[in-house]
Design a protein around this ligand. Structure first.
Ligand SMILES: Cc1cc2nc3c(=O)[nH]c(=O)nc-3n(C[C@H](O)[C@H](O)[C@H](O)COP(=O)(O)OP(=O)(O)OC[C@H]3O[C@@H](n4cnc5c(N)ncnc54)[C@H](O)[C@@H]3O)c2cc1C
Length: 384
């Protein structure tokens, strides 16, 4: 149910594209922990990953709502958009804070698919959610920045050409917040040399995530995004888009689980009647449906405020919280509805269940969203 949807054509064409990649494809990718290259290629060729890039640079210049519709449809089809969602949510940092030269240099290639911008290096092993305590440094050396340090959970680094890296370029200035002095660098990994090491991390779901080691990796000075030392602000402004888009994915996942459960509950007969005739089976499905529709309204609200250029911190966080909770509720319900078959690979429920679990933790964990709401929306004392 959508109150008003101006993206019906985009949704329809994403659905058609996803239909070419059936469950068996995703099962195999998952089993092998393989990157879904053919799927990402098809999305790229159809222009879906370039929707946020302005037309003058080769994209279609659409708003965040189009990106949200695309990601929701991908997840709703049973696919795993985590293979390429970052290009959409990282785009704002380059569009809003990149220089004209940077945009001319990189955006047309990203739009055509010649360049992949899929890696976002923020999280580090020792600092975790406390981003301002990160230890990766970038030191100016003539006309390059030299990056040293380590990132963890840098997803898709092996399948991306470009990485946005958050690094400390100087200590915080007196009286400024600890995040002062962090800067965003656009690293072209093809030119990084021997100092860059990428090691895959095998996870419970297929996510192509890695740890990345930087040993004096040179980044041309002109690849600094925006002002030196202001990088955290740029990352934060991009994070609202990221939260909204991940929330849209969670809505797609929740709808997939609900459809799957409804169909199964109608067909599966035990005690001589469909299991869905039992209210003990119906009600959890109905609850998951209500939670999903409510969360979807919050996602729409967040998209509308984002597109209107308003401060969307509260809505972006609430959308992520509610949508991730709705998808996890639906995932759990779907396993329960399927009984033993919920655990069988060939039903795809267990795979989507593993994939949906991530969004309680990443890109921002539930506790940290609640802290944001407590402190910044409700005016409660800061807890950390
Ligand atoms: C599969 C995967 C892909 C990812 N992809 C990327 C990526 O591409 N780029 C990137 O930069 N990062 C990525 N991440 C990292 C992700 O954003 C972090 O894992 C997440 O933000 C949580 O940080 P952490 O793991 O360091 O947990 P920690 O910060 O160590 O927190 C651990 C637990 O403690 C809780 N906690 C911590 N502090 C508080 C507090 N003050 N109050 C209450 N609870 C608290 C948290 O909620 C969490 O549940 C990815 C992670 C995963 C698992």
């Amino acid at each position: 149910m959508m109150v008003h949807d101006e993206h019906t054509e985009i949704r329809e064409s994403v659905r058609r594209l996803c239909a070419q990649f059936p469950a068996a494809y995703w099962r195999e990718m998952d089993r092998e922990r393989a990157y879904p290259t053919a799927f990402v290629q098809a999305l790229t060729e159809a222009g879906f990953l370039a929707v946020l890039i302005p037309e003058e640079y080769g994209g279609s210049g659409l708003g965040l709502g189009a990106a949200a519709a695309i990601l929701e449809e991908i997840q709703k089809s049973g696919a795993n958009g985590a293979a390429c969602h970052a290009q959409l949510y990282m785009m704002g940092t380059l569009l809003r804070h990149g220089s004209e030269e940077q945009k001319r240099k990189y955006l047309p290639g990203i739009a055509s698919g010649a360049l992949r911008m899929q890696a976002f290096g923020v999280t580090e092993p020792t600092s975790g959610t406390d981003t301002s305590a990160l230890k990766t440094v970038a030191r100016r050396d003539g006309d390059v920045w030299r990056v040293s340090g380590q990132k963890v959970w840098t997803s898709r680094a092996e399948y991306s050409d470009l990485m946005l890296v958050l690094a400390r370029t100087r200590p915080p200035r007196e009286g400024k917040k600890p995040a002062d002095g962090l800067s965003v660098l656009l690293l072209d990994m093809r030119e990084a040399g021997a100092g860059l090491t990428i090691r895959p991390i095998r996870t419970m779901m297929n996510h192509s995530t890695t740890e990345v080691f930087f040993d004096d990796v040179p980044v041309p000075a002109e690849n600094l995004i925006g002002n030196e030392g202001d990088g955290f602000k740029y990352i934060l402004s991009g994070m609202n888009a990221e939260r909204i888009l991940i929330a849209a994915e969670c809505i797609g996942d929740a709808r997939w689980f609900i459809d799957k459960a409804v169909n199964y509950a109608k067909e599966r007969e035990v005690f001589g009647r469909p299991i869905g005739q039992n209210q003990g089976v119906q009600f959890p499905i109905a609850r998951a449906y209500a939670a999903t529709e409510a969360a979807a309204l919050m996602v729409q609200q967040a998209v509308a405020k984002y597109e209107a250029g308003e401060n969307v911190g509260a809505e972006a966080n609430m959308a992520k919280l509610l949508a991730a909770d709705a998808s996890w509720q639906a995932a759990d319900m779907c396993v329960q509805t399927h009984g033993g078959f919920g655990f069988a690979e060939e039903y795809d429920v267990e795979r989507k269940f593993r994939e949906a679990r991530l969004y309680q933790v990443a890109p921002i964990s539930t506790n940290l969203i609640l802290s944001y709401l407590g402190e910044h929306v409700l005016g409660l004392p800061r807890s950390y």
